[in-house]
Ligand binder design. Structure first.
Ligand SMILES: Cc1cc2nc3c(=O)[nH]c(=O)nc-3n(C[C@H](O)[C@H](O)[C@H](O)COP(=O)(O)OP(=O)(O)OC[C@H]3O[C@@H](n4cnc5c(N)ncnc54)[C@H](O)[C@@H]3O)c2cc1C
Length: 433
């Protein structure tokens, strides 16, 4: 009987340490240096963040999901999940703990598919937090259907030449290298005809046309680049994995990325619930606390129940990934978690905002950002609709059609079957009457 919801005391002690450390040492960075998370830090900022990272290493919590050969602790996804729900409160915490997106996903695919030279050049500094990376896959004319991608890489002697457009390539402006998905063989299916390339950001021809911001950010400023790859030449050894392997690599990357977002979302949603409860206990109206109003009690109960359902599902999925050591085997649950994540964060953040009244919708509280974050989660790493299709297809695999015009659970059919099963007994009973 192996079901168990306890955390080992030694790891719980580490989580308790992380909780206090994030609140006291890291969250102040969110207030003063928001937006600089993915910018190579200047000397002044390094003086602040390097000792924090060193402390995390001393506590053996640096890049906790990666194996020791990659500089991590090899604790796996479940423990990362427990840690990430603490880190999710803060935009700087994943950087300080060496597990920030998109670098975690990018590090995982280089670790998985990279040559020793590629690992040495990109993976080590990425894990050390010395450089940042960008994942350049979505194109302006289509994101959720990668078979529409047109960016082309052609072989020219010992080099590949990349041409095409990419859109919403997050952190391209501050990244040291980009992982670019391109068509290498247009004559076969997209699933065999696309490849991934490791492209240093300063390669001639990598042109950031503009940086797109999210709603609320000033026009012309933002972290999501529209890029034109204009005759970008890279050596043959810039290919990541084999030729035609882009889809397999993308699945590895996005599987990890999606569940890591979900883990952090638990932390953010919990923060919104904490704020709801504090406000409900602090604010009076019509002679009693908000906490005494049934509507507000309903908000709190709904938020708590939604959060707990989501948390247990994420932890179960992380546990399954550790068990199977293969994201593909857990595809259904990763997709299902991705489907519910935007709604959970939206609902809990909206209730928190509502309970805070005018202050809640003001720019002096973080709820607007949380709601925008919820909308982003319904798109980044693939839209909700596409993940629902994945879930449904995977669920349906475990079922067979009825071999009859009536459903298996049709009551007349079941009664007939039960009568046939117990015919002898029923005859005997009738005979005794
Ligand atoms: C904050 C943020 C960061 C991102 N970072 C990156 C990044 O670093 N690198 C990168 O390459 N991309 C990135 N993306 C892009 C992201 O992967 C795409 O937005 C996503 O794949 C959807 O593609 P699209 O925006 O082109 O929407 P479209 O493909 O045009 O889809 C639009 C809408 O159509 C509907 N739809 C689409 N397909 C289906 C379907 N099969 N069935 C039913 N309805 C459907 C959905 O409602 C969907 O939202 C990021 C996006 C965001 C918002």
């Amino acid at each position: 009987m192996a079901w168990d919801f306890e955390t080992e005391p030694e790891f719980q002690a580490k989580l308790d340490w992380a909780d206090a450390f994030v609140r006291n040492e890291v969250e102040p960075l969110d207030v003063l240096f928001r937006g600089l998370e993915f910018t190579p830090p200047d000397e002044r900022l390094r003086e602040i963040i390097d000792p924090l990272k060193a402390e995390v290493r001393r506590q053996k919590l640096w890049a906790t999901h990666l194996g020791p050969e990659l500089g991590g602790e090899g604790h796996g996804q479940l423990k990362l999940s427990l840690l990430n729900e603490i880190l999710g409160r803060s935009s700087w915490a994943p950087i300080i703990f060496g597990c920030q997106a998109p670098d975690t996903g990018n590090a995982e695919i280089i670790a998985h598919y990279g040559t020793p030279e590629q690992k040495n050049r990109y993976l080590r500094p990425l894990l050390e937090g010395e450089m940042f990376s960008c994942y350049s896959m979505t194109e302006p004319h289509g994101g959720s259907d990668p078979t529409l991608f047109k960016t082309r890489a052609t072989k020219d002697g010992d080099e590949w030449v990349i041409n095409g457009w990419k859109f919403f390539s997050s952190n391209a402006a501050t990244a040291s290298f980009l992982i670019v998905m391109a068509v290498t063989n247009p004559d076969v299916s997209a699933y065999q005809g696309m490849s991934m390339f490791l492209v240093p950001a300063d390669t001639p021809g990598v042109k950031i046309v503009r940086n797109v911001g999210l709603g609320g950010e000033p026009l012309g400023e933002g972290a999501h680049a529209l890029i034109h790859y204009d005759d970008v030449r890279v050596p043959a050894d810039a290919l990541l994995g084999g030729e035609g392997q882009a889809f397999a690599i993308a699945q590895t990357r996005l599987g990890g990325g999606r569940i890591h977002h979900a883990m952090r979302t638990i932390g953010l949603a919990k923060k919104a619930l904490d704020m709801t409860c504090e406000r409900a206990l602090s604010r009076q109206t019509q002679g009693e606390r908000l906490a005494d109003k049934q509507f507000v009690q309903g908000y709190i109960a709904d938020s708590y129940a939604q959060l707990m359902q989501f948390r247990l599902f994420v932890l179960y999925t992380a546990w399954s990934i550790d068990k199977h050591k293969d994201y593909r085997k857990v595809r259904k649950d990763i997709a299902a978690v991705k489907v519910i994540m935007p709604t959970v964060l939206h609902d809990i953040a909206w209730r928190a905002m509502q309970v805070h009244g005018a202050l809640g919708v003001s720019n002096e509280m973080p709820f607007h950002q949380m709601l925008l974050g919820a909308s982003i989660m319904g798109l980044a790493d693939g839209p909700t609709e596409v993940h629902k299709i994945t879930v449904a297809r995977q669920v349906l695999r475990d079922y067979r059609p009825s071999d009859d015009v009536w459903p298996t659970e049709h009551l007349p059919k079941q009664v007939a079957a039960a009568r046939a099963k117990f015919a002898e007994y029923l005859e005997h009973e009738v005979g005794n009457l």
